[in-house]
Structures are given as C-alpha cells and as structure tokens.
Design a binder for this molecule. Sequence first.
Ligand SMILES: [Zn+2]
Length: 206
Amino acid sequence: MSQESISKVQMLAQIGYGDDLARADALLCQHGLTNPRKVNINLSKLDAVTKVIQDNFVLVCSRGDCQKSAKEHNDPKLLALASEPEFCIICRGSRNQSAVDHMIQACQAADIARLCVVGGSPTTRQSFQMLVADRISLRLVPGNMSRTAQQASADIRWADLVMIWGATQLGHKVSSLYTGKSVVSFAKRSIGVLADEVTRAAGNRT
Ligand SMILES: [Zn+2]
C-alpha cells in the first residue's frame, strides 16, 4: 500500500468533485477518513473517499442546461460541481467518446492492438474502458497500488503502447518502473486528453 499523500482538494478533483472542500470534508470526517485540520490525505484512502463522494453527491458541470436537467432529476443525493466536464452526470462522454473513437482508428492504423494505461482514478479507468468497449485490448494499472518491477516489465512486454497517466493517482514508485521506447507520459487528468495523447503516439508510428 502506498504511503504517499496528496492534498484533499487534489484527490477530490481526481474523483470528479470540484465543489467547496468544506462540503466534502464534513462527510469525509464523519466517515473517519480525515479531520478538518489536515490538508493532505493518504492515497490508500482513495477508494473509500471515492465511495463517500459517489454515495452522497451527483456531480454536474457548470453548464446551464446540465445544471437544469440535474435539478429535474430529483436525485436524493446532493448536487455538487464537477471538477471536469467528463465527470458531469449529464454531458460526460460526448467529447470523450469522439476522442476515444478517433484514438481507436489511430491505433488500428498503427497496429496498436494492446494498450496499457498506468494511473487514472477508478472512475476514469472505468469510463475509459466503457468508451473503448473491447475494440482494442486494455490493461489498466492503478497507480496507487504497489507494483513489482516484474509486473511492470510484463506489462511493457504485453503492450504495444504504455501510457503513463500523470496528474492522477500515480505514485512515483509505480511510474518509475515503466521505461522504454513504447512508454509515453503525459500529465492531464481528463479521458479526452488520454485519448488524444494515444492518438498522437499512434500517429508517430505510422
Ligand atoms: Zn455537463
């Protein structure tokens, strides 16, 4: 289990929560995950924090029509501002789907059939997998769990392309295991950017 800590604001943003820290923090404190004096939180609490946020909030982006239709949903959960549009319960997916479709075409053109992604949050990994929908083989490696050098080199051998998803829940102990010419790093947390970066890397091979 990783001992690395990041700020609470950063962890919440990666989960998709972009509203006031105080609203989320009160719940995290109730669940014994932190206390109000702490600025940082250990990455090992990520799954528990994700669950508290998902159980209590509906995440919506700032667009007027998204806000309006979220209110009409009458969900018993509280509305909270999403940290990125891709986490918006109403509009997420539309840009990401087209970016991922474009990525699949680029991978097929470059003979990339197996893609390994290291990092991301549980939520973004799940959304990415749904958008790809078996069109290429994926291996999604959580960046906040321990990974041995042997596992990492097996991932590198398996994959045609390895993407290191920085600016996400990615410990240096994990990311530093991945090196080589098939490894590409980038540091933006959105799924659309992941897809764009894969498209670019694939384009460099054709
Ligand atoms: Zn939206």
